[in-house]
Design a protein around this ligand. Structure first.
Ligand SMILES: Nc1nc2c(c(=O)[nH]1)N(C=O)[C@@H](CNc1ccc(C(=O)N[C@@H](CCC(=O)O)C(=O)O)cc1)CN2
Ligand SMILES: Nc1ncnc2c1ncn2[C@@H]1O[C@H](COP(=O)(O)OP(=O)(O)OP(=O)(O)O)[C@@H](O)[C@H]1O
Length: 210
C-alpha cells in the first residue's frame, strides 16, 4: 500500500486530466486553422508555377547529398496543390533508384508498393516496408526550422515514421513560404508527432535542427 500522502487526491487527478485534454484540443484546433490557411493558399496557386515547382523539387533533391548513394527511397505521388513529385519520380527511375509508394489503409496507416515491382516482392509489401528505405520523403503542409511537420491530419506518417531507423533521414517537401522559422512561428505539436531531419523546397534544401 502506498503511504497516504503519496496518493494524489482524486480531485487533483481530475483537474490535471481536464487541463491535459484542453491543451490537446487547443493544439488540434491550431493545427486545423493552419491547415485551412495552407490549403487555401495552395488552391490559389496557378498551374504555370506548379510546373516550375515540380521541376524545382526534382532538381533540388537530385542534386543534394540526401540522395547520394540511396538505393531505395520512400516517396509519394503528389496530390493537386502539393509541390509536385512527378519529375522527382521520373528522375529516381532514370537513376535506377527503387521507389516505395504509400497506399492508405482503412485505419489511415500506410502500406507500401515497390516500383519497379520485383518478382520476389509482388503487391503491397506491408506497413513495415518503409523500414527498408535509405531515405524517406514525406508530404507536408508546412515544416518549421526545428523539424516540426504539419501533415494532412490523418496521422498516417506519424505512424509510418516510427518504423524508420534513426540513421535514415526523413525529408519533407513544401513550397518556400511553407518553411517557417521556428523562432518566429513554431508549428504546434503533440507527443505523437515525429520530427523531420531535412526539408526540400523548389529552390533549396536544408538540414533542420531536429
Ligand atoms: N500525396 C500525398 N500522398 C499521401 C499523403 C499526403 O499527404 N500526400 N498522406 C499523408 O498522410 C497519406 C494519405 N493521406 C491523406 C489524407 C488526406 C488527404 C486530403 O486530400 N485531404 C484533403 C482535406 C481533407 C479535409 O479537409 O479534412 C485536402 O488536402 O484537400 C490526402 C491524403 C499517404 N499518401
Ligand atoms: N501512432 C499512432 N497510432 C494511432 N493514431 C495516431 C498515431 N499517431 C498519431 N495518431 C492520430 O492521428 C491523428 C492525426 O495526427 P496529426 O494531426 O499529427 O496528423 P498529421 O501528421 O498532420 O497527418 P499525416 O501524417 O497523415 O500527414 C491524431 O488524432 C492522432 O491521435
Amino acid at each position: 500500500m502506498p503511504a497516504e500522502d503519496t496518493v494524489p487526491h482524486p480531485a487533483d487527478v481530475a483537474t490535471d486530466t481536464l487541463s491535459v485534454h484542453a491543451d490537446v484540443l487547443e493544439v488540434e484546433a491550431r493545427k486545423r486553422a493552419l491547415r485551412r490557411g495552407v490549403r487555401a493558399r495552395r488552391r490559389a496557386r496557378d498551374e504555370e508555377t506548379a510546373a516550375a515547382v515540380d521541376a524545382g523539387v526534382a532538381r533540388v533533391l537530385v542534386s543534394c547529398p540526401l540522395l547520394a548513394g540511396a538505393r531505395r527511397v520512400a516517396v509519394y505521388s503528389s496530390l493537386p496543390g502539393e509541390p509536385g513529385t512527378r519529375a522527382l519520380l521520373a528522375e529516381l527511375r532514370r537513376h535506377d533508384v527503387e521507389v516505395l509508394l504509400p497506399a492508405r489503409l482503412p485505419d489511415d496507416d500506410l502500406d507500401w508498393d515497390l516500383r519497379p515491382a520485383r518478382a520476389d516482392a509482388p503487391g503491397h509489401l506491408g506497413v513495415h516496408a518503409i523500414a527498408t528505405a535509405d531515405l524517406v520523403v514525406v508530404p507536408a503542409l508546412a515544416v518549421d526550422t526545428a523539424g516540426r511537420r504539419l501533415g494532412q491530419g490523418g496521422g498516417s506518417y506519424d505512424r509510418a515514421l516510427r518504423r524508420v531507423p534513426a540513421r535514415v533521414p526523413v525529408v519533407a517537401v513544401v513550397h518556400d513560404e511553407e518553411l517557417l522559422d521556428a523562432a518566429v512561428a513554431p508549428l504546434p505539436t503533440l507527443p505523437h508527432d515525429r520530427l523531420v531531419q531535412a526539408v526540400v523546397t523548389p529552390t533549396r534544401w536544408l538540414w533542420l535542427a531536429a
